[in-house]
Ligand binder design. Structure first.
Ligand SMILES: CC(C)(COP(=O)(O)OP(=O)(O)OC[C@H]1O[C@@H](n2cnc3c(N)ncnc32)[C@H](O)[C@@H]1OP(=O)(O)O)[C@@H](O)C(=O)NCCC(=O)NCCS
Length: 167
């Protein structure tokens, strides 16, 4: 299996894997495939990586720019991330996260944020004790990983594609 950037023609498979991964999860409103489409349409998929096994897409992760009220730049949001249900728990998600973070470092990114379970993302260095705030989310899930430079401070907004706009 290889982790590689999305190519033209992968779009439908990415949508299907994402929909299958989030199906039935109470923390999801099942809008994740549309979020990816809106990010793509807006040119905001800074990184869109797929797990490709002999041409079959088994997983996907997106990274897109976030804005921070204090003016810090170079921060990205991880997500959505998904692995096909039959292939979860085999390390594919971890490879997608690790490869994505390596590529963000190469791009000179300052840091990465996400909303997710600390029990999973802590292993990649994501922390809950940081100076960033994501309004209107349950406590204990908004995590940050500093990659380069000083800690950032302020209120975070994910790309408008997460909120239903392609702008
Ligand atoms: C989350 C997801 C991408 C992880 O991918 P994966 O390939 O299954 O994960 P890995 O095999 O790399 O890692 C498995 C480990 O993570 C844990 N794990 C997986 N998903 C987890 C979750 N949502 N919360 C906490 N732990 C999780 C497993 O228990 C396992 O732990 P262990 O290594 O200590 O045994 C995948 O499970 C998925 O698509 N889930 C449904 C969609 C989703 O919830 N996306 C993330 C929203 S933040």
């Amino acid at each position: 299996m290889i982790i590689r950037p999305e190519q033209s023609g992968d779009e439908a498979s990415i949508g299907l894997v994402t929909a299958a991964a989030f199906e039935g999860h109470p923390y999801s409103d099942q809008s994740e495939p549309q979020i990816i489409e809106r990010l793509r349409e807006a040119g905001a998929l800074t990184l869109s990586l797929v797990a490709d096994e002999a041409g079959e897409i088994l997983g996907h992760v997106a990274f897109s720019p976030v804005s921070i009220s204090g003016g810090d730049e170079g921060w990205y949001g991880l997500g959505p991330i998904s692995v096909a249900p039959a292939h979860q728990g085999k390390g594919i998600g971890s490879r997608l996260v690790s490869e994505g973070l390596d590529r963000l470092r190469t791009l000179g990114a300052a840091g990465c944020v996400l909303l997710g379970d600390p029990a999973y993302y802590g292993r990649f260095g994501f922390r809950l004790d940081h100076g960033l705030v994501l309004p209107d989310v349950p406590p204990g899930h908004f995590q940050a990983l500093l990659l380069h430079g000083p800690d950032a401070l302020g209120i975070v907004a994910f790309h408008p594609g997460f909120y239903g706009s392609a702008q």
